[in-house]
Design a protein around this ligand. Structure first.
Ligand code: HEM
Length: 200
């Protein structure tokens, strides 16, 4: 028994997040290869254009399913009341001398991220289904589906790049929670002072 570790995420929670994360990467690589001449070379990693399209469609289904699972598995944490304000959380991310506010299991920024990624996931999924089955809608609306799919993807990718940075390089010790399921007590006290996680 080690008394300096706290349980952060169960193996089921991590499996859902890891599956979502891997499909996001596959979707990004296949999507960029299919979308733009500049990235056309990426299609060869997946066995050509046709195979990239098939992989994109089915990875998309897994991504949507895991986006819903992420939202429901952490819904209680995304909606939990907290003493920390978004402004304080952003200040603590931007300035390492600024003490983290006493956040619960998730801080105000992470709660917001939960709702945004769910909304983006739903938009990507719906627009993607209509692109996969183009006869379901008229031509005019269909073009909007293409526009929305591409536009929201850009926002989504920027947001996830920020999420990756904040969850790894910007905040050492955070990735451990997603990798091993535990974080150190010191990390929990520093970043989530009002969270009372179980010792392991
Ligand atoms: C691609 C690489 C990714 C990495 C390295 C990564 C890393 C992490 C880490 C370390 C956490 C735990 C943060 C903590 O304990 O405080 C986390 C949580 C979370 N991740 Fe990711 N993630 C990635 C992709 C994604 C994607 C694609 C989504 C959704 C589309 C996503 C959604 C979330 C959400 C909603 C949370 C809970 C809120 C939060 O902690 O920010 N992640 N992620």
């Amino acid at each position: 028994m080690s008394h300096h570790l706290v349980k952060r995420f169960s193996s089921k929670e991590r499996l859902v997040h890891w599956t979502n994360m891997c499909t996001f990467i596959v979707l990004t690589l296949t999507g960029l290869g299919l979308y733009s001449q500049t990235f056309f070379g990426l299609t060869s990693i997946f066995g050509g254009v046709d195979m990239s399209r098939v992989i994109h469609h089915y990875a998309g289904l897994v991504f949507i399913a895991t986006t819903f699972l992420i939202f429901f598995q952490w819904f209680k944490d995304f909606t939990a009341a907290g003493e920390d304000s978004l402004g304080d959380v952003i200040s603590s991310y931007m300035n390492h001398d600024y003490e983290s506010p006493p956040s619960g299991k998730l801080n105000a920024g992470q709660k917001l991220l939960g709702f945004i990624v769910f909304s983006f996931g739903v938009i990507m999924g719906l627009t993607g289904i209509f692109m996969w089955f183009p006869d379901l809608l008229g031509r005019g609306i269909q073009q909007w589906m293409y526009f929305l799919h591409n536009f929201v993807f850009i926002l989504f990718m920027l947001l996830i790049l920020l999420h990756v940075y904040l969850g790894t390089a910007a905040s050492p010790g955070t990735w451990r929670g997603m990798y091993k399921g535990t974080v150190t007590k010191a990390w929990a006290k520093k970043h989530h002072g009002a969270w009372d996680g179980d010792e392991v």
